[in-house]
Ligand binder design. Structure first.
Ligand SMILES: *[C@@H]1O[C@H](CO)[C@@H](O)[C@H](O)[C@H]1NC(C)=O
Ligand SMILES: *[C@@H]1O[C@H](CO)[C@@H](O)[C@H](O)[C@H]1NC(C)=O
Ligand SMILES: *[C@@H]1O[C@H](CO)[C@@H](O)[C@H](O)[C@H]1NC(C)=O
Ligand SMILES: *[C@@H]1O[C@H](CO)[C@@H](O)[C@H](O)[C@H]1NC(C)=O
Ligand SMILES: *[C@@H]1O[C@H](CO)[C@@H](O)[C@H](O)[C@H]1NC(C)=O
Length: 478
């Protein structure tokens, strides 16, 4: 009260004309609530709040503030760094607020439970702050919420059971927090939901089967949690699913064959679980939209890459640690941009396998038993990352790093092979940023390539003067 009075009095002194001319269109209570927020901010490094002056918070000059109906704030959106300070209870006086978006602001402290008293709120995003403590159960009062995003904070405790009332939610994001407890069953009541991201928390327990009734759900990420049990067959009911990420959990058992019926699924990431054989028999018409698949590091013993993966136009294939063996599979050359088949038992040569893969950017084949001479390796021009470490590759580096090396190549790792010769001098125009090589004395070196800075290692590999501006190589001994 004291603050409000002080502010009005001081405004009267500063803007007596403005007040006598036009009646302010901003509600007194809303203005006080906003100024209560401003007063709590300790540091406003982008100076956004400097526009919060004058009497009319609805006049359009107050950054991030919008009004409708006239005089009542219905939208407060600040998406710039960096403000230190808590979210004040005073915001709960903005009773007509429909959208409250305070993202990446550096806000600290708890989420005030008073935010649960904003009956009109449809959008609430407090993502990317430093908020701590429990998620206030009062937010369950926000029955009109369509979007709730509390991601990228440090919130603890369970997802409140009071959230079962938020049946109009279309987007629900609590990712990158420290939330524990289970994935709530009531998610199955959110009949209009399209987006659920609860990834990167400490959620445990089984997947609630009612969740698989959500026929509108298009994106589901529960990766990086401690979820257990199997993936239920009902996953095939999620007819609108575009992307499914369950990676980095403790799921066991086989992958249900019902995923074959997911017509819209383009990204399937089940990596780093304990999923086991057999892989479902999926026909060439199953998962017709699939572009990206990651089954790496499960308890799968595939032997060979299944035909439904080899034969279709995918952009990302990640089957690391799937106990694949034998000769390298012949993928279709036209679409792949990233291949990770590391930690398998492939043998033989891949020297010309990738020649025609014009879209290929990343190739990771480390920890196999590949055996060929580097001088036979023909890489596609657009490739940026090649990881061949821990194989049985022979030959000298100068056959891959030379005047014909593509300018797109940024990272090459051929350490722990049977490479001989010396580390080649660098040619102009290479964009190499990092490389891992091994010298004949079996010392493993990592190099980072920069255009500035210099060390004795850099000097050692300096390019000869006659080639013009040298790239400098900075040795980083592992
Ligand atoms: C909210 O508004 C009421 C009435 O205008 C006022 O008494 C109260 O102090 C305000 N609350 C906060 C937290 O600013
Ligand atoms: C879902 O959306 C439809 C169409 O927009 C709407 O009629 C219905 O009330 C919504 N249901 C819920 C639970 O929000
Ligand atoms: C699968 O998810 C993991 C982390 O959850 C991520 O590191 C990996 O890149 C994802 N795979 C693909 C193909 O996007
Ligand atoms: C790995 O999969 C096999 C079946 O392929 C199963 O017998 C075994 O129990 C699984 N191991 C673990 C740790 O889940
Ligand atoms: C690459 O494409 C050319 C022309 O289509 C073909 O002659 C050649 O055999 C292909 N190379 C590989 C390794 O598939």
């Amino acid at each position: 009260m004291g603050f409000k009075c002080f502010f009005i009095c001081s405004l009267l002194q500063v803007f007596p004309l403005a007040i006598s001319k036009a009646p302010a269109s901003c509600s007194e209570a809303d203005r006080a609530a906003l100024l209560g927020f401003k007063a709590k901010i300790l540091k406003d490094s982008t100076d956004s709040f400097s526009s919060w002056i004058g009497r009319d918070c609805c006049g359009g000059d107050w950054e991030g503030v919008e009004c409708n109906p006239p005089g009542r704030v219905n939208r407060l959106a600040l998406q710039r760094p960096v403000r230190d300070g808590p979210i004040p209870e005073s915001l709960s006086n903005l009773t007509r607020l429909k959208q409250l978006v305070l993202e990446d602001n550096g806000l600290q402290g708890n989420i005030p439970s008073g935010l649960g008293h904003l009956p009109s709120l449809q959008t609430l995003s407090l993502a990317g702050n430093h908020l701590t403590g429990a998620v206030p159960p009062s937010l369950g009062n926000l029955r009109n919420l369509v979007l709730l995003n509390l991601g990228r904070n440090s919130l603890t405790g369970p997802i409140p059971s009071s959230f079962k009332t938020l049946v109009h939610l279309q987007s629900f994001d609590l990712s990158f927090n420290l939330l524990s407890g289970s994935v709530p069953e009531f998610l199955g009541q959110f009949h209009n939901i399209t987006f659920i991201d609860l990834s990167n928390n400490q959620l445990s327990g089984h997947l609630p089967v009612p969740m698989f009734n959500l026929v509108t759900l298009s994106d589901l990420s529960l990766s990086h949690n401690q979820l257990t049990g199997s993936i239920p067959d009902q996953v095939g009911n999620l007819k609108s699913l575009n992307s499914l990420s369950l990676s980095h959990n403790k799921f066991i058992g086989p992958i249900p064959g019902s995923i074959a019926g997911l017509q819209k699924l383009w990204s399937l990431n089940l990596s780093r679980n304990g999923l086991s054989n057999p892989l479902p028999a999926i026909s060439s018409k199953g998962i017709p939209s699939l572009l990206s698949i990651d089954l790496s590091f499960n308890n799968l013993s595939l032997g060979t890459v299944p035909n439904w993966i080899i034969d279709r136009q995918l952009s990302d294939v990640n089957l690391a640690g799937c106990k694949l063996r034998g000769a390298f599979p012949k993928f279709r050359p036209d679409s792949l941009s990233s291949i990770d088949l590391s930690d398998n038992f492939f043998t033989g040569s891949i020297a010309t396998y990738f020649t025609n893969m014009t879209s290929l950017q990343k190739l990771k084949l480390s920890n196999n038993q590949l055996n060929f001479d580097l001088s036979e390796l023909i890489l596609p021009d657009g490739i940026s990352t090649v990881d061949l470490h821990s194989n049985q590759v022979l030959g000298s580096l100068s056959s891959v790093l030379n005047s014909r090396t593509s300018g797109f190549l940024e990272v090459i790792d051929v350490s722990n092979n049977l490479i001989s010769g010396t580390i080649p001098e660098f040619t102009e125009g290479l964009s190499l940023k990092a490389g891992c090589f091994e010298e004949p004395d079996k010392r493993h070196h990592s190099y980072e390539f920069r255009t500035t800075g210099e060390t004795s290692m850099a000097r050692r590999f300096r390019q000869p003067a006659h080639r013009g501006n040298p790239e400098q190589l900075i040795g980083l001994s592992p």
